[in-house]
Write a protein of this length. Structure first.
Length: 151
């Protein structure tokens, strides 16, 4: 693994932390909206955002796979948003007794923390691989030419 690859991996962890921090801040506002008189409108907005994020996640993943770009790596962000919206909306539907919006918000925070811890562990494992010096093909060709000239 090269230095550049290690830097990209550590930058991915920093990016994930920033996205999770922003999501936690947004979730604070969602929590206050759920506890206010506009709770029904908030649930409608959560439903719309959840559906859009699921569709966006699928589109990003498929386009990333099809075109071979890194777009598929970023499809996890709208998918995580969909999961958060789904957990919050399940609380409104009342499928689980005693699972209100307060517990749903806490559950989303816990899921976010678990995701970050897993990402940190994966990143630590990847970064512990030894660093190898990147080999330039032109440099290899030059060395071969020098050996031939010496003979």
């Amino acid at each position: 693994m090269t230095k550049e690859t290690k830097e990209q991996i550590s930058n991915r962890l920093v990016l994930n932390f920033g996205v999770l921090l922003a999501a936690a801040l947004v979730l604070l506002y969602v929590r206050s909206a759920l506890s206010s008189s506009i709770a029904n409108a908030t649930y409608i907005i959560l439903l719309i955002i959840g559906i859009l994020c699921l569709a966006g996640s699928v589109v990003m993943f498929v386009l990333g796979k099809k075109n071979g770009t890194k777009l598929k790596n970023y499809s996890a962000i709208p998918f995580g948003t969909f999961i958060g919206c789904a957990v919050l909306y399940i609380a409104k539907l009342g499928f689980i007794p005693g699972f209100g919006w307060n517990k749903a918000v806490v559950t989303v925070y816990i899921l976010m923390a678990i995701y970050f811890v897993v990402m940190a562990i994966i990143t630590a494992v990847l970064l512990n691989k030894p660093t190898v010096k990147e080999v330039d093909p032109l440099e290899i060709a030059r060395k071969k030419n020098k050996k031939r000239k010496r003979k």
